[in-house]
Design a protein around this ligand. Structure first.
Ligand code: TYD
Length: 205
């Protein structure tokens, strides 16, 4: 049986990570791997309800409450979806995970990073991604990709976006073995080629 793998896709809104995730899925499936595509917040079941609140609730949401909602979604996701799939030997490709909470609620909203790391650890029960891609873009590229239909998180403004972006760069600096930065201003094909190189390098380790 193939060994299970957990790979996460991260970056600020409009970085193109979902496109790349789907390209990797097609590539791996063509190679005969068993792949599961999933996301946070809101994979399926209860998670979809949490996602609805997080992205569409139009009343006031405290920063700490927002963090706990993302974390609650994560705990459910890891226990019910991710861990069972890894156990079955699947390659799990996950659109956003723990680093989003560090980047958005930590660096973006200004909550304590150490505490978020601790809470993330609690939510995942210690499960860590084998590999994480961070798709790095500038705000102009990001906004042109997001367009005018912004959700609650995407409406947080330019300063917020820049803090999130810097946050991701810091995360990668602290954990270079796991977290790889890709220049996501390149074309889709170029970014995917860069990604494949890193992916194959990691697989052969
Ligand atoms: P989504 O529509 O999935 O955006 P994207 O396609 O960019 O992934 O919305 C998820 C939003 O939630 C996105 O703005 C990032 C934010 N988020 C956090 O703030 N903290 C988190 O822990 C997670 C998982 C997401």
């Amino acid at each position: 049986m193939q060994k299970g793998l957990f790979i996460t896709f991260e970056g600020a809104d409009g970085c193109g990570k979902t496109t790349q995730l789907n390209l990797l899925k097609n590539y791996l499936e063509a190679e005969g791997f068993d792949v599961l595509v999933t996301r946070e917040p809101g994979a399926k079941g209860l998670g979809e309800k949490v996602r609805e609140i997080l992205l569409n609730y139009d009343g006031e949401v405290s920063d700490r409450c927002e963090s706990f909602l993302f974390l609650a979604d994560r705990a459910q996701h890891i226990d019910i979806i991710v861990n069972p799939a890894i156990k079955k030997g699947k390659i799990v490709l996950c659109d956003r995970h723990t680093d989003s909470t560090v980047a958005y609620q930590g660096y973006g909203r200004g909550l304590n990073i150490e505490q978020i790391n601790m809470l993330n650890n609690l939510a995942t029960n210690g499960r860590k991604p084998d590999l994480t891609f961070v798709f790095d873009v500038d705000i102009e590229t990001s906004m042109s990709r997001v367009g005018n239909q912004k959700d609650r998180m995407e409406s947080a403004g330019k300063e917020f976006f820049n803090r999130v972006r810097q946050g991701y760069l810091e995360i990668a600096k602290k954990d270079p073995q796991r977290v790889k930065i890709l220049d996501a201003t390149k074309t889709i094909e170029e970014v995917f080629n860069d990604l494949k190189l890193i992916f194959n390098e990691t697989l052969s380790r």
